[in-house]
Design a protein around this ligand. Structure first.
Ligand SMILES: *Cc1c(COP(=O)(O)O)cnc(C)c1O
Length: 398
């Protein structure tokens, strides 16, 4: 018994292995090779003219869709259930360019207070300069977002779970309100990846991914993906073309290769993160674990309702303790390393200060905050490393 019948769609790992693959176009190579090209040659004037008129099926210039880029985009769009995807050189480009493409002077844009900080800075400096009014809202607002709407509200920017603080947003409720009022919903879906949250199925119009994180998966690529529905694609594609911000073939090659193993890696990241998070919660040094996948954590019920999976990134609130003790804990870690970004095979930890940037809500967790990215190492080694860290935190010798 296979447990599947003929009409069932393939499972996530099967899809991850097959989407965006066109070996017959590439001498049979399993992976789409890296195409390096700026100039594309035309055999005749008629071909060149057809390309200039946009009538040709092949691309006219390297910036507008080399096969490695197109195949990555195709896989991302299919995974999210979107119309088309566009690859850009970083996750930050993927969060900011849709705002630039879809907001116009005089518009009002609602942005979650838990948004990735560089996205917030872009809104404050550049959207404001273009005459777009930005207002921040409580990530847990749900359908009450209706009260923030004005006649000129065009975009609601969401991110779930939130950066650093991991609030799970009620995306279907927010999308219901937004669509009733003719506004678009953008979502930074980096944490869950398309395997953990199919954004389009929950009413999102533009789903954004820092493929730098789990999709790349090895801390050696900067890449972003913007997945659009049919209504948003034309404007997004226009801006992508006109700003010349296509991702490189090398980076899309790594993104596409990362997708092949993503469900397998995610399962391990999640299982290890659950183990480490549950251990942390049992410790007297820990006030709270912010990991929606962990039963009993904030946001767990919504996460269970809407998400199909989780990644290995979560927050920890420590009991009140002097900064020097936290520094001693982190400085001596041997398996965990400190650094920005996450989603790679290696475990990372950083101190965080979410209270410094909020404006719509207060963040007062009652103790120092950390962010842990649980990699693919053995969880017992990670726990032992943290246990020695807690000895330093408490002023012990270890
Ligand atoms: C890292 C990150 C980004 C930006 O990705 P880069 O590739 O580093 O520019 C965007 N959104 C979220 C939620 C992130 O964590």
């Amino acid at each position: 018994m296979s447990g599947k019948s003929d009409g069932d769609p393939p499972g996530p790992s099967t899809r991850a292995g097959h989407l965006g693959r066109h070996s017959h176009r590439h001498l049979g190579a399993v992976n789409t090779p890296v195409y390096r090209a700026s100039t594309i040659l035309f055999p005749t004037v008629a071909d060149l003219e057809a390309s200039a008129r946009g009538e040709s099926r092949s691309i006219g210039y390297g910036l507008h869709g080399l096969p490695t880029v197109v195949d990555f985009q195709e896989a991302m769009a299919a995974l999210e259930g979107g119309f088309r995807a566009l690859a850009v050189p970083s996750g930050l480009a993927a969060t900011t360019l849709p705002l630039l493409a879809l907001a116009k002077p005089g518009d009002h844009v609602l942005v979650t207070d838990s948004v990735y900080f560089p996205t917030r800075r872009f809104c404050a400096l550049h959207l404001a300069r273009l005459g777009v009014e930005v207002e921040y809202y409580d990530p847990l607002i749900g359908a009450d977002i209706a009260r923030r709407f004005r006649p000129n509200t065009r975009i609601v920017f969401t991110e779930s779970p939130g950066s650093l603080t991991f609030e799970v947003q009620d995306i279907p409720a927010i999308a219901g309100v937004a669509h009733e009022r003719g506004a678009l919903v953008l979502m930074d879906n980096t944490w869950a990846t398309p395997f953990g949250f199919r954004a389009m199925d929950h009413g999102v119009d533009v789903s954004i991914h820092a493929a730098t994180k789990y999709i790349g998966g090895h801390s050696d690529v900067l890449l972003g993906a913007i997945v659009c529905n049919e209504a948003t694609h034309a404007a997004m594609h226009r801006l992508w073309t006109d700003m010349g911000v296509a991702a490189s073939s090398d980076d899309c090659f790594l993104g596409l290769r990362g997708l092949r193993t993503l469900p397998t890696r995610l399962a391990r990241h999640r299982a290890s993160a659950m183990e480490v998070a549950a251990w942390l919660r049992s410790r007297p040094e820990v006030r709270e674990v912010l990991y929606p996948a962990l039963p009993g954590s904030r946001g767990h019920e919504l996460w269970r309702r809407d998400f199909a999976g989780a990644s290995g990134l979560f927050g920890v609130v420590l009991q009140p303790v002097a900064k020097e003790r936290v520094d001693a804990m982190l400085d001596g870690l041997a398996v965990f390393a400190m650094g920005w970004s996450w989603g790679g095979f290696e475990s990372l930890v950083i101190p965080t200060w979410p209270e410094r940037v909020r404006t719509a809500t207060q963040w007062a967790p009652g103790g120092p905050c950390l962010r842990l990215a649980i990699g693919l190492e053995d969880p017992a080694d990670l726990i032992a490393d943290l246990e020695r860290g807690f000895a330093r935190l408490s002023g012990g010798a270890a």
